[in-house]
Design a protein around this ligand. Structure first.
Ligand SMILES: NC(=O)c1ccc[n+]([C@@H]2O[C@H](COP(=O)([O-])OP(=O)(O)OC[C@H]3O[C@@H](n4cnc5c(N)ncnc54)[C@H](OP(=O)(O)O)[C@@H]3O)[C@@H](O)[C@H]2O)c1
Length: 318
């Protein structure tokens, strides 16, 4: 049998990269092998991958470590970790290091997990939403989009994977239904009647694996994915069924959401305003059938809820 093509996976112990590793391991005859990159190969999460994947150490802040981790591989899945530091500048620097390391290692196919540079839709001079950090509208989107050219400029054969809102945010990011003082449940987003393109985090990695399998025809292309496009009202209705009690949709304004005060509230308020005001383009490019072609097991929100609904914490009043 031909030698397997090694995919070096950043964030392998996390949501996106973990999905890539699991997809490769679930397809032993697919011709690919997973090299899981972690800062700490001795951690429990890394050890759990070691049964099927090669596990190597690297840090996205250390270019030489990335070069070592990419050496001899066919491809790499590259992702940055905005919520670990809240710094778009750090993402740009890290993406540059990934791109240079990928070039040095002679990788044949890199997937860069990216998002729209929203400044191409809403220039900084447009005051419908505040400019953040002096040069961003949606910092955790803009820097990823801005970083696209670093891969192209370095001459790395890259597919630009535009991801979507993870439904896991309902579990880990406190975005799920909350109980009000009157005891009733509501789901709060500043999206009005707009649809949110969402996806099970696991399906991002599985779609990325689909891209590696397609290979050359997707190099230089942007692939945008989602599991479903749903309004806040529709997600609240699905939660009502899962939880067995009514969940109302609480549509607040983007300004109100930006003012909620939790870390990242302004960034996310701007993000939801962007995805709502540019819904046709945002959902339009995230074609569900195209995503399903890459990953036939793509979950709908209700399927995701069936499996994960009991893990969604319901925040108490106050
Ligand atoms: N939440 C959403 O809805 C959403 C939607 C679209 C895109 N995104 C983007 O997704 C990105 C995060 O991806 P994710 O959710 O897969 O992350 P994650 O689940 O938080 O996983 C991060 C993993 O990356 C590793 N890591 C962290 N810092 C590292 C470093 N300096 N060097 C090497 N590895 C490091 C950690 O592994 P070790 O500890 O093992 O090293 C960790 O397990 C963010 O940039 C975010 O903007 C999020």
């Amino acid at each position: 049998m031909a030698e397997k093509k090694v995919i070096a996976v950043l964030g392998a112990t996390g949501a996106q990269g973990g999905g890539v590793v699991r997809a490769i391991l679930a397809d032993p005859d697919g011709g690919f092998a997973a090299r899981a990159i972690t800062r700490d190969p001795s951690s429990e999460a890394a050890q759990a991958l070691a049964a099927g994947a090669e596990v190597v150490a690297a840090d996205v802040d250390d270019e030489a470590s990335l070069e070592r981790a990419f050496a001899g591989a066919y491809g790499a899945f590259c992702v940055t970790f905005f919520w670990a530091h809240f710094s778009p500048e750090a993402e740009l620097e890290q993406a540059g290091k990934m791109a240079r390391a990928a070039k040095a290692a002679g990788l044949e196919h890199v997937i860069w997990s990216t998002l729209e540079d929203t400044r191409e839709f809403i220039p900084l001079s447009d005051d419908r939403m505040p400019t953040l950090g002096g040069r961003y509208k949606v910092p955790h989107y803009d820097a990823k989009g801005e970083a696209n050219h670093l891969f192209t400029d370095a001459g790395v054969p890259t597919t630009f994977l535009q991801t979507a809102f993870y439904w896991e945010n309902f579990i880990y990011f406190g975005m799920g239904p909350a109980r009000g003082e009157d005891g009733s449940l509501s789901l709060t987003f500043p999206t009005g009647t707009g649809r949110i393109a969402g996806i099970a985090a696991q399906d991002i990695g599985a779609s990325a694996y689909g891209i590696f399998k397609v290979g050359a025809p997707l190099i230089g292309k942007t692939v945008s994915i989602a599991g479903e496009h749903l309004t806040g009202e529709q997600m609240a209705a699905a939660f009502s069924e899962t939880l067995g009690e009514p969940v109302a949709f609480n549509a607040v304004t983007p300004d109100a959401y930006r003012g909620f005060g939790f870390p990242g509230a302004e960034d996310l308020g701007n993000m939801f305003q962007f995805t709502t005001e540019f819904e046709e383009q945002y959902c339009g490019v995230r074609d569900l059938e195209e995503t399903r072609k890459l990953h036939p097991g793509l979950q709908t929100f209700r399927q995701w809820l069936e499996e994960n609904g009991t893990r969604v914490p319901v925040a108490p009043a106050g």
